[in-house]
Design a protein around this ligand. Structure first.
Ligand code: PMV
Length: 315
C-alpha cells in the first residue's frame, strides 16, 4: 500500500518567550536532533472518509470520526482538507511518532501538526506551501494554547533560526558563527497555556511592571540578534543571563529550572536561561563546543532528566 511520510524538528526559544505574546521580538532555533514524523498509508479497499490515527506516544488510536472536531489531530486534517478543497478524504491511516518531549517547551504540538500537514498534502499530490503549513499549524496551536504568538509554527515550518515579531514578515536570522547549546530537561511537564494564562492574569493586575519586563526582554532580543549576526558569542551568553533574570522577575521560573541554570553557569557556560513557557520543561546553556559533554554531565548531576547538545549552524 502506498505510504508517504514527512518529519518536522523540535525547537527552542533562545530569547523573548512570553514577551513575544505581547508583540515584542523573540528568537527561536530549530533542534534537529529531535523530530516528529507522520506517515500516511492509503487503504485502497475501504470507503472514502475512513481515516484512522495511530499515535502510540500519547496512547491514541482512534478514527477521525470519533474525535471531536477541535481535537488537535482531527483539526489538522479538517483544516488541511478545507485548504485543499477536498470533497472527500481517501481512506488512510495516519501514524504519528515523535521523540520531542511533550509539554517541555520544544514545540512538540506544532511539529506534529507540520509533519501531518506535509505528509497528508503531499500524499494527495497537492503539497501545501510553507506559508500555508505555518498558517494552518498556527490555527491548531490556537486550539492547544489559546493565545500563541506564532513563533513555534514559524520556526518549525522553516527549520531555520528566526527573529519573530507577531504580525511582522518572517525574518530568517543570519548566523555568522556557529554556536553550541546544551538543553537540559527538568522532566517536569508544564503546559504552555497555563503559564501563559498566569502571566496574563499578573499583567492584568499590574500592567506597569509587566510592560517594563516585556520591554526589557524585547530589547534583549534585539541586542541578541545583533550579537548572532556579528558572531559575538560571549555577548550572547550575557544576554541569556539577563533574559533569565527577567523571566524570574515574572515568576515563570522554578527551583528546578534555577538549579539547572546555576549548575550550567558553575560548569563554565557562557550563559544560561529557561526556554519556553517555564515552570518546568527545558533550560538552555551556551557553551564552548569542547565543553559541551562536560556541561551535559554537570546538568545530569544537577537533576536534568535528559540533555541534548545542539549546534546552531551558519545560515
Ligand atoms: O511552547 P513553549 O513552551 O516553547 O512556549 C512558548 C513560548 C511562549 O512565549 C511562552 C508562548 C508563545 O506562544 O509564544
Amino acid at each position: 500500500m502506498p505510504a508517504y511520510y514527512a518529519t518536522a524538528p523540535g525547537k527552542i526559544i533562545l530569547f523573548g518567550e512570553h514577551a513575544v505574546v505581547y508583540g515584542r521580538p523573540a528568537i527561536a532555533v530549530p533542534v534537529l536532533q529531535v523530530r516528529s514524523k507522520a506517515t500516511v498509508t492509503f487503504d485502497l479497499r475501504s470507503a472514502p472518509g475512513k481515516v484512522l490515527f495511530r499515535a502510540p506516544d500519547i496512547n491514541l488510536e482512534s478514527a477521525l470520526s470519533d474525535l471531536p472536531e477541535n481535537h488537535p489531530l482531527a483539526a489538522v486534517i479538517w483544516k488541511a482538507a478545507s485548504a485543499m478543497n477536498l470533497s472527500h478524504i481517501p481512506a488512510c491511516t495516519i501514524q504519528v511518532a515523535s521523540n520531542i518531549p511533550i509539554a517541555g517547551g520544544m514545540g512538540s504540538g506544532a511539529a506534529v501538526s507540520v509533519a501531518i500537514l506535509r505528509a497528508f498534502s503531499t500524499s494527495l499530490g497537492h503539497p501545501l506551501s510553507d506559508e500555508q503549513v505555518s498558517k494552518l499549524a498556527y490555527e491548531v496551536e490556537v486550539l492547544h494554547h489559546g493565545t500563541p504568538s506564532g513563533i513555534d509554527n514559524t520556526v518549525i515550518t522553516y527549520a531555520k533560526p528566526v527573529y519573530f515579531k507577531k504580525g511582522d514578515m518572517l525574518e530568517i536570522l543570519k548566523v555568522k558563527h556557529p554556536f553550541t547549546l546544551v538543553i537540559g530537561d527538568t522532566g517536569i511537564q508544564s503546559p504552555t497555556a497555563s503559564v501563559v494564562g498566569d502571566v496574563r492574569l499578573a499583567w492584568e493586575k499590574a500592567s506597569e511592571p509587566f510592560e517594563a519586563f516585556f520591554n526589557a526582554i524585547g530589547a534583549i532580543s534585539a541586542s541578541a540578534r545583533e550579537a548572532i549576526e556579528s558572531g559575538s558569542v560571549e555577548l550572547l551568553g550575557q544576554l541569556m543571563n539577563e533574559n533569565h533574570a527577567r523571566l524570574q522577575d515574572m515568576n515563570v521560573s522554578s527551583p528546578e529550572l534555577d538549579r539547572l541554570v546555576e549548575a550550567a553557569r558553575s560548569a563554565g557556560a557562557l550563559g544560561a536561561k529557561l526556554s519556553g513557557a517555564g515552570r518546568g520543561g527545558n533550560m538552555i546553556a551556551l557553551v564552548m563546543p569542547d565543553n559541551s559533554e562536560a556541561l551535559a554531565g554537570a546538568l545530569a548531576k544537577a537533576g536534568a532528566k535528559r540533555t541534548i547538545i545542539t549546534e546552531v549552524r551558519v545560515t
